[in-house]
Design a protein around this ligand. Structure first.
Ligand SMILES: [Zn+2]
Length: 271
């Protein structure tokens, strides 16, 4: 089973509250699961917005299975199903011949394992309205990575995440990426919000054992948007050692799930 099929099966079998919150550009469902109770604090946890980081979808599922003991959270384990399948399965995952040819051209070959964008060549994590287009690595045409899109939230997947976030109005958000074993939590917050956010970042640091890092000249990310527009704490956790190969293979899922299954719960407990 590929990662999309696994998330879908998990969805079908999940007894708790659940929603199909949107569709990808290729028409695949984007699934969301609620864990915990409808009492504050409420969080959003999103994974696999970057195609080749699909391993993080399993961390999302593990946290749903683990549950939370305070507040509640909406977990979206696979924000970018099309991209994840491009990376995991390859070009055969694309239905339309025209899209296939376009993607092969953009990618410059058949090996999509390092693909990061969605199926339209938009990097979803630079597609948000937070100093959009000012990132150092931004590119301005469709590409395997770093293309910001025609306008903020132009991609269906990032738009879905935006709508879910506005509907849920979470107290904080948690995003999983790979790799590097580090935590990002800053995005131009003013002093007092910075103090507030750092306290929670330190909870995550203690739980994961990962250091807090400062992102260099990046913009347009989901975490950035949460911090800048919603003015809430938002965290990016980069899982997996830098020494591991990209993409991180499924054999690492049990290890990473065990390591991270309690992150969300700890943040909710300490919020
Ligand atoms: Zn990433």
């Amino acid at each position: 089973m590929n990662v999309f099929e696994e998330v879908k099966l998990f969805y079908q079998q999940y007894q708790g509250e659940k929603r199909i919150v949107g569709k990808s550009e290729e028409g695949r469902e984007i699934f969301a699961f609620f864990v915990g109770a409808h009492t504050a604090p409420t969080a959003i946890c999103q994974c696999a917005i970057h195609a080749r980081e699909w391993i993080t979808a399993y961390i999302g599922l593990a946290q749903i299975a683990r549950g939370v003991s305070r507040g509640g959270a909406w977990v979206i384990p696979l924000v970018n199903p099309d991209g994840a399948l491009l990376s995991q399965v390859g070009i055969e995952s694309v239905a339309q011949e025209r899209t296939k040819n376009r993607l092969l051209r953009l990618n410059g070959g058949k090996d999509f394992s390092l693909w990061k964008a969605n199926a339209r060549g938009v990097d979803l994590n630079v597609n948000f309205d937070a100093r959009w287009g000012t990132g150092e690595k931004n590119v301005f045409h469709p590409a395997p990575e770093n293309y910001i899109g025609k306008r903020p939230c132009s991609a269906q997947e990032s738009r879905t995440l935006k709508y879910v976030t506005y509907a849920v109005r979470p107290q904080f958000t948690l995003s999983y990426h790979a790799k590097g074993e580090e935590i990002y939590w800053e995005f131009y917050q003013p002093f007092f919000r910075k103090m507030r956010d750092k306290r929670l970042a330190c909870v995550l640091k203690k739980t994961t054992g990962y250091p807090l890092k400062r992102a260099k000249n990046s913009a347009g990310g989901y975490k950035d948007w949460c911090i800048e527009r919603l003015k809430i704490p938002a965290f990016t956790v980069e899982v997996g050692s830098d020494g591991w190969s990209h993409p991180i293979g499924k054999e690492y899922a049990p290890l990473l799930c065990k390591k991270h299954e309690n992150d969300l719960n700890k943040l909710l407990e300490e919020y």
